[in-house]
Design a protein around this ligand. Structure first.
Ligand code: FAD
Length: 297
């Protein structure tokens, strides 16, 4: 099917982009990499009368790292993140997660802002945003506002963004040195959307027990979210086989996936627990001086 007819603008500022969105409220859509929007237009699931291209807006593709954390401009592409040496130390979990996004051609065009606004529960970045307590900077006709990532996603393909608002930046808090972390996902073929995935980080207290556990889920809930019961099963515990099994069981229970032709809901629930086990094993493998007997690997 061909696209329905649309007008096209490529403004030079974010303020002008927002003004254009407001001038055709509900009929205009931003376009960044086009990797999610163009397929929906090709199927005529979306028929915007006006496309507002963000490609000429300066600084929107900036990656900044510093003591306050990492800032990713909305037009930052997956490839920019992959190519960033600074992110290897400034945010290793983000860097690892983005390695799993789609195929090279898509990573060459797809962007941070497009992924957040599209709000599919399967992609990696929204999960990293929620897991790491990121904040999303949004610009609308009344000015800027900051939205916590955990409040941004309402459900599949649904966010708190108004029709005349655009994302400017994703802000991730500073990554703490020595933090234990892992990212695990499973898809049928490399580059496919994950059937399920887990983003994990935690710290160790003075007694070597888990503290500050953050467990986020990819694709196995109705929106990008953390698994509170799994985090509770970890916090304050030594990371031994019993703790890992309890956290995995909690994750299986808490996951709320939808079944489709790729995998049933039951399979995705089971997979979520297994991936958390793997993530914990992977993260603990980075620990020094802690040995574990794992009987369920
Ligand atoms: P667009 O397609 O340009 O826009 C998507 C939506 O975001 C539109 O509604 C648009 O109006 C809105 N938008 C764009 N920019 C802004 C902004 N600054 N502010 C507000 N709204 C904005 N993604 C993954 O994460 N993991 C995967 O494994 C994966 N696999 C894929 C496989 C295939 C075959 C395809 C086609 C895509 C896949 N994707 C995957 C999606 C891809 O990463 C897209 O890049 C991403 O979903 C959207 O980014 P985009 O820049 O292309 O956005």
């Amino acid at each position: 099917m061909k696209f329905s007819e649309f007008e096209y603008e490529a403004p030079a500022t974010a303020a002008e982009a927002v003004r254009l969105l407001a001038s055709r409220l509900g009929e205009a859509k931003l376009i960044a990499g086009g990797q999610s929007l163009l397929p929906t237009m090709a199927y005529r699931l979306a028929q915007p009368a006006l496309l507002v291209d963000v490609k000429n807006i300066p600084d929107l593709n900036r990656i900044a790292t510093g003591p306050d954390g990492v800032r990713l401009g909305a037009r930052t592409r997956w490839r920019d993140i992959e190519d960033s040496a600074a992110l290897c130390t400034a945010h290793p979990l983000l860097k690892e997660a983005i390695r799993h996004v789609a195929h090279y051609q898509i990573r060459n065009r797809g962007t941070v802002g497009g992924s957040l606004a599209h709000a599919d529960p399967a992609p990696e970045l929204p999960c990293i945003g929620v897991t790491c307590e990121a904040v999303i900077q949004v610009l609308g006709p009344q000015g800027e506002r900051l939205v916590k990532a955990e409040d941004f996603f309402l459900g599949p393909l649904s966010t708190v963004l108004a029709d005349d608002e655009m994302i400017l930046e994703l802000r991730l808090p500073a990554w703490r040195d020595g933090r234990r972390w892992a990212f695990q996902e499973f898809s049928r073929r490399p580059g496919d959307f994950a059937l399920a995935g887990i983003a994990l980080f935690y710290d160790l207290d003075a007694e070597g027990r888990v503290s500050n556990a953050h467990v986020g889920v990819v694709g196995a809930c109705q929106r990008s979210q953390r698994l509170a019961a799994a985090e509770n099963a970890l916090n304050g515990k030594p990371l031994d086989a019993a703790t890992i099994a309890a956290a995995a069981a909690a994750a299986r229970e808490e996951a709320d996936p939808t079944g489709d032709l790729h995998a049933s809901a039951e399979y995705r629930k089971a997979l979520t627990g297994t991936l958390l086990e793997r993530a914990l094993l992977q993260a603990s493998g980075r620990q020094e001086g802690i040995t574990m007997e794992i009987d369920n690997a």
